[in-house]
Design a binder for this molecule. Sequence first.
Ligand code: BMA
Length: 891
Amino acid sequence: MSGLIQLSGLLPVLVSLLVFTLFLKVNCESLRVSVVSLNGVWALNNSNNSLSLGASVPGCVHTALQNNNIIQDPYYRFNDLAYRWISLDNWTYTTSFSLADSFRESRRAVLVFEGVDTVSTIYLNGLFIGKTDNMFQRYDFEVAELLKDVNILNVVLMSAVTYASERRQAHTAYSVPPECPPAVQKGECHVNFIRKAQSSFSWDWGPSFPTLGIWKGVRLECFESIRITSFVTSPKYDIALSSWTVEVELFFDVVVASKGIVLLSVPQLHSEGKFQLSLVPGKNSTSFVLQISQNITVDLWWPFGHGQQPLKELFINISMEGGEKLHAKRMIAFRTVELVQDPIPDSTGLSFYLRINGQPIFLKGSNWIPAHAFQDQVTADRLAQLLISAQMANMNVLRVWGGGIYEQDLFYSLCDQLGIMVWQDFMFACALYPTEQGFIQSVREEVTQQVRRLKSHPSVILWSGNNENEAAIAANWFFIAPDERPRYLKDYVHLYVDNIREIVLQADSTRPFLASSPTNGVESVKEGWVAKNPYDPNYGDVHFYNYFHDCWDWRTFPRTRFASEYGFQSWPSLSTLSKVSVSVDWDFSSNFSSHRQHHELGNQQMLIQAKLHYILPNNTDPIQRYRDNIYITQVMQAQCVKTQTEFYRRCRSDIVEGRGHTMGALYWQLNDIWQAPSWSSIEFGGKWKMLHYLAVRFFDPLIAVGVEDNGDFLIYAVSDRNRDFILKATVKFYYWNSFTPQCSLESEGTKVKGGTATLVFARPVSELLTNCKNCTREACVVIFDVSDPENGVRSPSNYLFLSSPRDAEGLQKPKIKFTVEDGGDRFKVNLHCSSPALFVWLDAEDIPGIFDDNGFLMMSENYTVFFTKWRLTNLKEFVAKLHITSLRDIY
Ligand code: BMA
């Protein structure tokens, strides 16, 4: 099998991306707005002043305590419990800053908090200036009257846990479940009463760290007449005129009425326009529509794998009558997006897919969760590494899941550049929510601000109101009595439809809105926004989890229109776990192993599923057995998600008993928040699990999917390519103990249209086996691919087990040996084995980097893989740390 990932080194790519990203920032040489950054080290105190330390802003209390060596790594062993006190205390951040006269004499001065986590009362020079209670809002406070030469600013934070509980107690009319997370999550209660990352009170993959802090920047903006608070760009295609326009919205804070001229230009498209600007005092907004020259061909922005991601510069120059000027620029991109929900012949339901630039696109990807419990520790490198890893696995979409946060600007800028589409949830998950006036007002402001902030990004292709809250009502997760149900239904519609949806539709006509995920889309709307069964495979998207069915049996998967969540857990590698644990923890029955598992029965489920097809590890050395157990959970997860994803991809063209036309496969979940068992394909710290290596193949634009159906062996060619190919299948049967294929077949070429799944090979399994020197299900494995030699196209090699590997006959210990050569930015690993090896796994411990292939079947004596390093290391270290395991080595 050939290497999958062609990499000349990831770091240079990261660096160039970051440089490019800086360039994307809006560069406001403002209308004489003087800005004083208040970021830096502030003083931090707890409520009784027993703790007093320096704390970075942006930042949070936990990080500050850790940086001051007052606490250990909060992720270490059981520290999430030991440090619960931090979140139960109240904390005050204090800074002082001096100001030159020119600032103090400004007519207006606004203190801008880009993000406070979460509940605070803020004082300037001892005087109250405002309160915050929503982590997802930016807060601006007027302070011109209060400024002095030397100023003291205090942000008094209240425990989010106490606040949530108080809000719950105050909500006496009826309960708003769930009250608390399941005990196994060891979390805090009533998170649905606070506008804060819902997973911060614990989740089934994450710890409870209800942070407090000033998690985004703080600055003072002083000005005389006008300041711009937002600058939003939306390219739109005008079908009637067959041409593009760019709508530019500007949001102002105006002191005195004034007039000016606005010049908009996109030099790369030879387009410019001049507009009159007329502003009245107060908060204002205005918009202009720039017509892109009709005789210019506009290069479109495409999702990764479908074309380029051209970004163009849009310049804005404002000249006010008083002589003030402003220049700013923004990167823009041109693409259209439609969510298609149309009748399908031979089916009762409706389609559900995304059309980008008029072309149906199969969405391949995963779900994104917060990359750290302490957001100040999510560095640009960490973020870029995760997003580049997603793209390297041929993903074209990530869903920013509704239980976390609206991500930082850099996340979306990188997605714009990488061609990763973003399905953006609003931050509500797995709960019912209160709908009293104050809560709704806060959400309205949050949604208004977030839509404004994210709208300019071409990568964002869809808004979705919440995670699983339609399902929670429909399936009555919280045991609501029948006569109480109307009240909750009403609240649901009030929050997501009358408020969130209303704001989104008003503010953004350039992308679709769904009220929930999963949902039946227009069918849910028809049924009053909560469908009887939001998991209906005939409509909308589906989340599907089943840990007890055999995941190799594709019949157990729903033939849905769109799979936005599905997955299986695995454990991260020992090198990742050893950062937060000690050797007594390295046992599946240790306290640590159950403490870290936040999903009820999760550890058992993994092993039960693994046992269906593999022999479980039995090494007598306990640490080796622990490593092998981790390995087998990763094999199980990778193979399960592979099977399910291949199923969804091969369902894109067929309708079977009314079902099919699947157009999306987003497994749960891409990344991790800490070192723990979870559904992720990338461990905390960036190391790829086996699943991520397999995703490179199963998300390849052209794959061969092999299945058994009613005794037949079928191969589907699934193509996301834009053009047609004549594809033939090459099929080889190998005995488990031989490198030479026992027999090979080749099918006739079949025309496979771009964007289809087409059957290219079908033969009874029994016939294939008897014709192949008496291969049996247990003795042989089938390896296949599809190719169009004339056009030089070939899918990655794939395999189908005709029996479980636990029953494989003749499979021997492969005695894998290796030598390593230093090739500069990568190591060349030459592998040698004595017999075929399954799920060969190379693990370089904590040396960050990626192999160009891993988790593969080694069906030849020799095979070479490359390891691209993400940090400096040397041959000696690499050789010492490299572990190689295959399935037959663990028992
Ligand atoms: C889904 C998600 C998450 C959860 C995951 C795994 O339902 O939306 O809430 O973490 O399942 O249980």
